[in-house]
Design a protein around this ligand. Structure first.
Ligand SMILES: Nc1ncnc2c1ncn2[C@@H]1O[C@H](COP(=O)(O)OP(=O)(O)OP(=O)(O)O)[C@@H](O)[C@H]1O
Length: 233
């Protein structure tokens, strides 16, 4: 087993020549084809690109959900390619928050439990106190004991945001977080994500098809065919 290597880094994310192939032999598909990327701490980045260009796959690699096939991936100073699956899971805790299009809340748990339980399992101190404070911060202080089926889509995404943010992660990954919401609700979710990001001083990488949302970010990165084809501040 490798010990996590802690590399001095001024970048939240530093990826170099990252490749990802899935499947084996004749069925292997080349999904990421040499991605180079540097994202500073406390910044926001939009990731744009056509369907199938590799945005979600790149996010999975940078979030430590998928191991790259080649290249280097440094996240908050950790060399992800040196870590095994358990070490990656530990590295994510308290460091990385993830918000997806489908909210992925556990239906048998209240809003409070959905936010607190992952922190409890990760051994983070005072998980219920932190969960309650974060649910209040996302405007759901009055919905702590509600179950997902008793919440609107927008409210469920607020719970998912609270779950991603409650452990004060340094990096937040959001994959089309408004994809299942109507325009007005989606806009309020985006405002919330940016507000909480700023409050935490976290880095936000957000996959979106919405150019207006992309303009709110410090930087826009465009992908095509597994490559970064454009990067603009
Ligand atoms: N597990 C897998 N095995 C084989 N191919 C995969 C796998 N996961 C994704 N792919 C392929 O990798 C390519 C990139 O997929 P990815 O989901 O990263 O694209 P995307 O840019 O996020 O697309 P979208 O905007 O539609 O979500 C696609 O061609 C997809 O079919």
């Amino acid at each position: 087993m490798h010990a996590p290597v802690n590399l001095a880094s001024d970048m939240a994310i530093r990826a170099s020549n990252v490749t990802l192939s899935l499947g084996s032999n004749d069925a292997a598909v080349s999904i990421l084809r040499g991605v180079d990327l540097e994202i500073p701490y406390d910044s926001s980045v939009a990731l744009l690109g056509p369907s199938g260009s590799g945005k979600s796959s790149l996010m999975a690699v940078l979030a430590g959900l998928e191991q790259a096939s080649g290249g280097t991936v440094q996240v908050d100073g950790l060399d992800f390619r040196q870590l095994n699956e358990d070490e990656l899971a530990r590295a994510r805790r308290g460091r990385i928050g993830i918000v997806l299009q489908a909210f992925h809340l556990l239906p048998t748990m209240s809003a409070l439990e959905n936010v607190a339980t992952p922190m409890e399992l990760a051994g983070i101190e005072d998980p219920f106190g932190r969960a309650e404070a974060e649910l209040q911060a996302v405007g759901l202080g009055h919905r702590l004991t509600h179950y997902p089926s008793q919440l609107s889509g927008g409210e469920q995404q607020r719970v998912a945001i609270a779950r991603a943010m409650a452990a004060a992660p340094k990096i937040i990954f959001a994959d089309e977080p408004t994809g299942n919401l109507d325009g007005t609700t989606g806009a309020s979710i985006i405002d919330l994500l940016f507000e909480r990001r700023a409050a935490l001083g976290a880095t936000l990488l957000i996959i979106t098809h919405d150019p207006e949302l992309a303009r709110k970010c410090d930087r826009v990165i465009a992908m095509q065919d597994g490559h970064i084809v454009e990067s603009a501040a």
